[in-house]
Design a protein around this ligand. Sequence first.
Ligand code: SF4
Length: 452
Amino acid sequence: MKKLFIKTYGCQMNVYDSARIADLLMPLGYAAADAPDDADIVVLNTCHIREKAAEKVYSELGRLRRLKEQKAEQGSRMLIAVAGCVAQAEGDEIVRRQNAVDIVVGPQALHRIPEMIARAERHEGRVLETDFVPDEKFDSLPAVRAEGPAAFLTIQEGCDKFCTFCVVPYTRGAEFSRPVAQIEMEAQRLVEHGVREITLLGQNVNAYRGAGSDKSVWGLARLLRALAQIEGLKRLRYTTSHPCDMSDDLIDAHRDLQQLMPFLHLPVQSGSDRVLEAMNRHHTRDHYLRLVEKIRAARNDIALSSDFVVGFPGETDEDFEETMALVREVKYAQAFSFKYSARPGTPAAAARKQVPENVKSERLQALQFLLGEQQVEFAKSCEGRSMQVLFEGRGRKSGQAVGRSPYLQPVHVDHAEDLIGGIHDVTIARALPNSLSGTLLRTAQPEAAAAN
Ligand code: SF4
């Protein structure tokens, strides 16, 4: 049997794509390897969002080249493939800089990997595919496999927003939404295989505009309402959203659908209108705050998370203070924050007023301190509350199970190992630094546990 090792960088959409690569190669006799040393093919599924992403990939490729050479000396062959957004953005450069790479495949051409491997094995030279053909991709991927009670399902790819700091519109292409019937079928299949929670994924997921079976175009709210009808599907989430696509009917869906978890990732990036405009975000601070108000009015137990970019070109102390004030006003349960770093080819990279590195670091530290305090505060507010936890796997201690709260926090519960796969009521006893611990209250949904 051949062995496959995939190293995944970046977001949940890459995690989903890596699982699909494994699904594609399984029928060809590839099983998962624990490390690159045991693998016949190593795939780096790359992300281009974070700082020095491409350089990290090149240094990993240097290590893999040495491993490939050692294996060749011992008479065995190892293929190296680079997939994902760095492959899309820098395909030719990868081929030029690292001759150990056999395959370069962009995110929209993943379905062609088996054929590309066959060509590489036939020594047809290096194989490069970076076309944008998302409909062909989803039509050609095999049926998704469930691994545990929670699953991701990609419903949308690409982005038309062109925020000036972001590479996604260049690496993932224009917005594309999968047809409703395809998504319903995939969701149904996941539920039949024990999945209780599905997170719908998309770079700009709430811009979903998919073809419905009735020939009309469905938005995300309608899709969520349809998926909520699937028996056995207890929880729905979606990520990542743009404030401009947070429509009233989507907010109403949060009010109406119990399956839709009360946790929303709604990136604002900055609290300053001047910076938001320079970022080409198409929304203002006030628009965002009004949106938060509306969402909270529709569902008062909802918790929010966000992304922040600190030190965007031209950001002044006053701009940064507006971000801090917005955070104090919204009160986030969780958030991701990063220093701005230039992405080649994006408009902001060419801006003249770059913020000095030490200023960015100071601002980031201040923001993360505040966000950290809010996260602890939110976790503490969960103490003593009873909430439903979807148990996903074993904990570190014998008999312990780990699950997710409605707010995505990991929850540890002793003597619950036999409940993995089901949703159960838990009383939260203690907020730990990055998780919660609780005790089992009673079996909330015996049929869910029995079904697993
Ligand atoms: S909306 Fe998100 S994915 Fe699209 S360009 Fe802006 S940051 Fe990038």
